[in-house]
Design a protein around this ligand. Structure first.
Ligand code: CA
Length: 595
């Protein structure tokens, strides 16, 4: 996504004047297209954001790399969107700003800075929209205002000033293959802290100052929107910096990510055992996807649906009442699907069923204690978005994300001391296979002189203490796929119950969790994964209109494109009302589940 700019590795102070010239050139180019006087004035003020900082830096810890005017309707190549812009999304005239903060050399000898990307629309709606990160970050982000799920970006198009940031390390230069690749920044304690949460307050504060200076008014409202690591960031803001944001979407939050990384290693060990060649010293990572064929996973999925689909009042391929979908009920159906003789495409082997049950139970320690949590049975178990994490793609060379993402993160980011492991899939799988849950799991809670805070203490954002966020009127929406294969919705629901307990049973006054049945991690799966949680959040914050349901639609990749359903605030579930079109949300009501 950097193809329009000099590579970030080249973004040292000596390249700074060249970038400013580039920005000014863009101003003149847009003028040649027929710029109005108002646009010309805005473009000049935009360029000045770069120029003034460059000539007389008030603070050498803050550097502007790029300030340029982008006219309305600019082509996608000038925007470098991280996902395709759908037809009809109008990107308005705006000022694009890229800068960096706190440049330094880390304890591990690597160069670090916190880079941010800010887009300031000419026709500003008075709001601030912070777009969260993903995975191990290190990516500047497109700052177009992604609202999560399968929606096109909305923030900038609605007139918000939009911020994204790399959280203090850069995949283009902090990527050392023999030390965890893009997770190599885990060797530096400050880089870990920035990744965990510190960069959020730093870039948010800097952006708010720029916004106030640029427009002459502070932002009227501030929103944060993120999923996965971005969901963890939303949680960290509500808990550690509770005055910064009025509204937060913290989808599929990675708020227990060191524990989830233990679950990833557990899953790799569990499924790799199915494809282990007893004569070989290690498991070939390329064989992991073969632990279950797609036909095997379809058999698993059918068993889940037979057990639980109708519990919400309608057998429609969606397990609405997922909390009633117990392991006992599903196991009875899996037993019915187990081969009685030779393994065939239409039945599961006994070791496959045992492995699936072991995975769903979650990682266990020396005395059988849960090291993370268990997983809910749901209609998205076995879907493409699920298998991509747990097993890898059945066709093609994509290794399991549990290996390539989970292995390097556990080794470099969530261990004290960090364990340098090569970043190729085979080395990471070997590391996970050698990870002994009884012996090694405590590394996520360990400290040392170089790392006085454990990785758990640094990055977890699972506290139920939201009193300050609540008191300042903050509102939070937490969508989460019930079939999320990375962060178990059970952890999120346990957290929500703790929040409710801490806040006199009034959690729903300021935070609501919206389970999305069938959905994998942030999107995908046999699910209604197209929904506008951001619009619901704005209604709640600005009009006090708490979301009683969020209408969601199934996309083209699902068995039922165009189907709509209400997403219901936990613990309610969507139940068929008994009459009306079974494909339409209007025929469903959010109601308390049968216990
Ligand atoms: Ca159903």
């Amino acid at each position: 996504m950097y193809r329009n700019f000099p590579p970030p590795g080249a973004a040292c102070p000596s390249t700074f004047p060249k970038l400013i010239v580039f920005g000014v050139a863009a101003v003149f180019a847009s003028g040649a297209w027929g710029q109005t006087a108002a646009e010309g004035d805005f473009a000049a003020r935009c360029a000045a954001l770069g120029g003034s900082s460059g000539k007389t830096p008030a603070n050498t810890r803050e550097t502007v790399e790029l300030a340029r005017f982008i006219p309305a309707g600019a082509p996608a190549k000038d925007l470098a969107p991280s996902r395709p812009l759908e037809p009809g999304v109008q990107i308005p005239a705006h000022c694009e700003l890229i800068g960096r903060l706190d440049e330094r050399t880390g304890a591990d000898g690597q160069p670090y800075a916190i880079r941010y990307h800010l887009r300031l629309p000419q026709d500003w709606n008075g709001g601030f929209f912070f777009q969260g990160g993903g995975g191990t970050n290190g990516d500047l982000g497109d700052a177009l205002g992604n609202a999560g799920g399968s929606l096109p970006p909305v923030g900038l198009a609605l007139g918000y000033a939009v911020l994204s940031q790399d959280s203090g390390h850069d995949n283009a230069r902090n990527d050392i293959p023999e030390r965890g690749g893009r997770a190599s920044f885990g060797a530096d304690a400050e880089a870990r802290a920035n990744y965990a949460h510190a960069s959020l307050a730093r870039t948010s504060g800097a952006a708010k100052k720029i916004i106030a200076r640029f427009y002459g008014n502070a932002a009227r409202r501030s929103y944060f929107v993120g999923c996965s690591k971005g969901g963890q960031e939303g949680m960290a803001l509500a808990q550690k910096y509770p005055r910064e944001f009025d509204g937060i979407i913290a989808a599929a939050p990675a708020f227990s990510v060191p524990r989830a990384a233990l679950a990833q290693a557990w899953d790799v060990q569990t499924f790799a055992a199915l494809v282990r060649d007893p004569r070989a010293a290690s498991v070939d990572q390329r064989k992991l996807p073969a632990a279950f064929s797609n036909a095997d996973l379809a058999t698993v999925n059918k068993a889940v649906l037979r057990a639980c689909d109708a519990d919400d009042g309608l057998a429609d391929g969606i397990v609405g009442a997922f909390e009633q979908c117990t392991t006992a009920k599903v196991k009875a159906q899996l037993d019915r699907s187990t081969c009685t003789g030779e393994k065939s495409a239409s039945c599961l082997s006994k070791p496959q069923v045992a492995a699936l049950l072991r995975s769903m139970e979650g990682p266990r320690g020396r005395n059988g204690e849960a090291l993370y949590t268990s997983w809910h049975w749901d209609g998205g178990i076995g879907s493409t978005g699920w298998r991509r994490w747990k097993l890898g793609d059945s066709e093609g060379p994509i290794p399991a994300l549990n290996v390539v993402t989970g292995g390097s993160a556990l080794a470099m980011l969530f261990s004290v001391p960090p364990t340098p492991v090569r970043s190729d899939p085979q080395s990471l799988l070997d590391y996970q296979m050698g990870f002994d849950m009884s012996r090694d799991a405590n590394i996520i809670y360990a400290t040392s002189d170089a790392f006085p805070r454990s990785s758990w203490d640094e990055i977890n954002a699972r506290s139920p203490g939201l009193a300050t966020f609540r008191a300042r009127g903050g509102k939070m929406i937490v969508p989460h796929g019930v079939s999320d294969p990375v962060f178990s919705i059970r952890d999120t629901l346990d957290w929500y119950r703790e929040v409710n307990q801490r806040h006199e049973g009034r959690a729903a006054d300021f935070v609501r969790v919206f389970p999305v049945p069938g959905m994998a991690h942030c999107s995908r799966g046999p699910a209604t994964d197209r929904y506008n949680a951001f619009a619901a959040l704005v209604e709640w914050v600005e009009r006090g209109d708490a979301p009683e349901a969020i209408i969601a639609q199934a996309g083209p990749g699902t068995p039922w494109p165009g189907r709509t359903r209400p997403l219901c605030p936990y613990p309610q579930v969507a139940r068929y009302s008994g009459s009306g079109d079974k494909e339409r949300a209007e025929s469903f009501v959010c109601s308390d589940p049968k216990r």
